[in-house]
Design a protein around this ligand. Sequence first.
Ligand SMILES: O=C(O)[C@H](O)[C@@H](O)[C@H](O)[C@H](O)COP(=O)(O)O
Length: 258
Amino acid sequence: MSSVPNVVVHRDAEVLANAVAARIITRLVDAQAAKGSAHLVLTGGTVGIATLAAIAATPARDAVDWRRLDVWWGDERFLPTGDPERNETGARGALLDHVDLDPSRVHVMLGPDSGLSAEESADAYATELAKAARPEDHGPVPSFDVLLLGMGPDSHVASLFPGMPALYDTRPVVSVHGSPKPPPTRISLTLPAIQAAREVWVVASGEEKAGAVRLALADSGPVQVPAAGARGRSRTLFLLDRASATKIPPGLGRIASP
Ligand SMILES: O=C(O)[C@H](O)[C@@H](O)[C@H](O)[C@H](O)COP(=O)(O)O
């Protein structure tokens, strides 16, 4: 069962990143209070990284027990550790290196320096996800408390690009070759893994995303509009700025920032 998206529209990209940061902190604190731990899936992209930097910059970050947080990625560029283009590198610089995480709970998607091929790296990630899944979870991945997704102007999320084979794959993690967004080789969660999350938050800013937002909120097919498949089991949020919300049907978006 997937949830109908709720839309919240913020004034601009800066307010959006700070508002998503505050929302993440609150969600993680609540999850840890309820369950003793939490699972957070990160995304690459400008809004994704800006959100992490906003978390790092707020004193409220200390309300999160970082030692009891499992950090995952929705996708990763298949590049060596430390490469500036890796989503992991951006996340570490923006937040992860500034909080007291348990390194064993930071689950990176391995790059070529591991000696693994992209396919083997995807399989290794699937194994790590399965190990973290519990009987009450919905399948071979944990019930992620928050799964963040940036979205491209073509409505791709993670590294799931319109019409590409990964959108037909039923495995939880796949390698992607020929990505239209460089670099060409990536590792990505698939829609079944994304849809196992308790909450899926799609974050987007800028006029160039407005068309994709409209399609993603409509009943579009997820093969042509991958963001239309970005739905959480209990909650789906589209967290936007005004520029990316210009084409959504009236009545859907709530302007959260005056
Ligand atoms: O590895 C990646 O490139 C991201 O995971 C990708 O899915 C990104 O989130 C979107 O392309 C949005 O990126 P922007 O916010 O920079 O437009």
